[in-house]
Design a protein around this ligand. Structure first.
Ligand code: ATP
Ligand code: MG
Length: 656
């Protein structure tokens, strides 16, 4: 077995893009990529000015490109005026009015489509509904909807009239919704009776009612979309039906021209470290970033069918389901439900039925679907796919190879895109026609993005055998502007560590001899074993590469001698070995030896616990902080509601 990762780098094979892909790509080779990077290095502001003029339609042109008078509160394109919804819709109407903008499939299976003209009409009507309820530029509107076209319509309608939206993921509880509404002091809430997920009905209105009952004094109106049709309570004087309001509204609505820096949206991070942070994005810079990355990273073409599976409740659903595809006039696919309903072939069936050409999902989904074997995807025609992407977590090389072979048929490049809610858009990612990939690496920073790996002192780390802090050394147009209502926290969280010089991402990374970036995980997740810094990710990838392992999570425990010892939670492909006697012991030994061989003896887990499930966030990321608490035997203060059962908690604690 080839070693394909790890601190003890074995030079791994490059996967160059196929000649066929490159021949048609927007950025067809390394020289073209390098010339963009060079243009940005030589004249940073000039580079972004050219992009901003080419990609956006301005109502009033900008003069200043980057205003750096008050760092790190950077501002971009400051005199410029534009409207985001105009850029996503109106400007396409003349030549793309009849082009499909959205192909929607509900979980029960119904398919509806909206052309650019139809979408524009619905957005205008709904914008008038919002205006009719007294919403003015700068007001906050919270959107708590399932994955349905109305979520996009609501976001676009807000943008059209200069209102600031804050989407709250439909899987979040009443309590989370309340916290976000109160922090944003939102005036209006848009929700639905419910949504379809995993064959069940998610009772959104009921959760919204609970949130409003307990607080949320700023909310004056609730607009309710009818989706599932089940009976719900409507509070008269406060709650209005979407369909009734839309039917009465005028379909003409002039866009409100706003300043380039006008806030477009707030999006709260998951908040596992404390009070959720309301990440605030600006109109022009953000939209520019979505448009350039749609072209550079997704190589989007007029005839593509683009499917990003992320829910609109996450930043990925903002940038690559809503704003990016519409800004460039693409056709996008939206799916309401879960990937395993009614069976684990649903994603592949959607790709086949809608002739998806670009598919973008999360490693957690790939690992989950991989577990079901190769036969399921083999039953679908995936020949239209030309490009695959991932986001959200480092992708294990094993899962990368499966995606490459089984889904991409070794034909489709994979773009492993590193970015964050805060960065707004892709930052480090392969440009698929130009940059050869390596499984598990997000490769190189995009043109106009300056990323580095630095040590505690902020000095760049230049050797491949050491990891460090991933930082961004120059502002970029799509960057967050602040944390809503808390400029100080913005500085403290992202800039203070290196005295305001760098944006600190909170992730650790290494760079290999080719300059490629390898994300090791969150800074807090890096282990220090006898003075060696090891990414939990590397050990997890080694475990997942073992034929019997389906998924793994690794955490550290304080250890008197080594500093930290390594505990690995492992889900097997088959049954979990019994806990009694020494059930599982030979296999645990085999896995420890395997890790030692793959990475080195230093990385060998001290203990392996076989479990049936792992705690995940709502976006499917492993909750390592919770696992650390459990591993240390500390009192659990985190929300464990995503765990499938109490039995799993006992397994994680090593009690069952
Ligand atoms: P919170 O900040 O509240 O804890 P979060 O960081 O999970 O939430 P996001 O902004 O959606 O919320 O996720 C960004 C993080 O996801 C990155 O900082 C990184 O840790 C991880 N990530 C995203 N894409 C990749 C990738 N391609 N490779 C490795 N890690 C990635
Ligand atoms: Mg984060």
């Amino acid at each position: 077995m080839k070693k394909i990762f790890g601190p003890l780098y074995v030079k791994n094979a490059f996967s160059p893009p196929s000649a066929e892909f490159s021949a048609k790509a927007r950025i067809p080779d390394r020289a073209a990529f390098d010339s963009l990077v060079q243009a940005a290095n030589e004249n940073f502001e000039g580079f972004w000015a050219v992009q901003a003029k080419a990609e956006l339609t301005w109502h009033k042109p900008f003069e200043t490109v980057l205003d750096a008078t008050n760092p790190p509160y950077y501002r971009w394109f400051t005199e410029g005026e534009l409207n985001v919804s105009f850029n996503c819709l109106d400007r396409h109407l003349e030549d793309k009015g009849n082009k499909t903008a959205i192909i929607f499939e509900g979980e029960p299976g119904e398919v509806t489509t909206l052309t650019y003209r139809q979408l524009h009409q619905r957005v205008c009507r709904f914008a008038n509904v919002l205006k009719g309820q007294g919403i003015v530029p700068g007001d906050r509107v919270v959107i708590y909807l399932p994955m349905v076209p109305e979520a996009v319509i609501a976001m676009q309608a807000c943008a059209r009239i200069g209102a600031i939206h804050s989407v709250v993921f439909g899987g979040f509880s009443a309590e989370s919704l309340k916290g976000r509404i109160e922090d944003a002091e939102a005036k209006l809430l848009i929700t639905a009776d419910g949504g379809h997920r995993g064959g069940r009905t998610v009772a959104l209105k009921a959760a919204a009612d609970r949130a409003l009952q307990e607080g949320c004094a700023s909310i004056q109106r609730v607009i309710v979309l009818q989706r599932t049709g089940h009976e719900i309570a409507m509070t008269s004087g406060r709650d209005l039906w979407w369909h009734e309001m839309e039917a009465k509204a005028d379909s003409h609505c002039e866009p409100v021209w706003v300043n380039a820096e006008h806030p477009l949206f707030l999006l709260y991070t998951s908040g596992s470290t404390g009070k959720p942070k309301g990440i605030q994005h600006a109109s022009a810079g953000y939209l520019l970033g979505t448009a350039t990355t749609m072209k550079w990273v997704f190589d989007i073409r007029d005839d593509d069918i683009f499917w990003c599976t992320a829910d609109v409740g996450w930043v990925t659903g903002h940038s690559y389901t809503t704003y990016g595809p519409l800004a460039v006039g693409a056709t996008l696919v939206m799916y309401e439900g879960v990937p395993t309903f009614p069976d684990a072939g649903r994603f592949w069936k959607l790709c086949q039925d809608h002739k998806v050409t670009i598919f973008y999902t999360a490693p957690t989904a790939i690992r989950a679907l991989m577990k079901w074997g190769d036969d399921i995807p083999a039953g679908y025609d995936l020949s239209q796919l030309r490009l695959l992407g991932t986001v959200g977590e480092p992708i294990n090389p094993e899962a990368w190879m499966w995606y490459h072979r089984i889904i991409g048929n070794e034909r489709c490049p994979i773009v492993d895109t590193w970015w964050q809610t805060e960065t707004g858009v892709h930052m480090i990612s392969p440009v698929p026609g130009a940059i050869p990939t390596k499984p598990g690496s997000c490769t190189l920073p995009l043109p106009g993005v300056s990323a580095a790996v630095v040590d505690e002192q902020g000095e760049p780390i230049t050797t491949a055998d050491r990891g460090g802090y991933l930082v961004i050394t120059r502002p970029w147009p799509a960057m967050l502007r602040t944390i809503w209502g808390d400029d100080q926290r913005y500085y403290e969280t992202y800039w203070r560590q290196f005295g305001g010089k760098y944006y600190v991402a909170g992730d650790s990374a290494r760079r290999d001899e080719d300059g490629y970036f390898w994300i090791m995980g969150r800074t807090d997740d890096v282990l220090n074993v006898s003075g060696h810094r090891l990414g939990t990710m590397e050990i997890e990838s080694a475990l997942v590469a073992h034929p019997k392992v389906a998924e793994a999570a690794v955490v550290g425990r304080p250890d008197d001698i080594k500093g930290e010892s390594i505990l690995a939670y492992v889900i097997l492909k088959g049954n979990r070995p019994a806990k009694d006697g020494n059930g599982g012991a030979p296999l645990a030994e085999e896995l420890r030896a395997w890790v030692a061989e793959q990475i080195g003896p230093i990385a060998k887990p001290d203990e392996i616990r076989f479990v049936d499930g792992l705690p995940k966030t709502r976006s499917g990321k492993i909750m390592r902080r919770l696992l650390r608490t459990i591993a240390r035997g500390e009192t659990i203060t985190q929300d464990t509601s995503t765990l499938e059962s109490e039995a799993i908690l006992a397994q994680l604690q090593g009690k069952a």
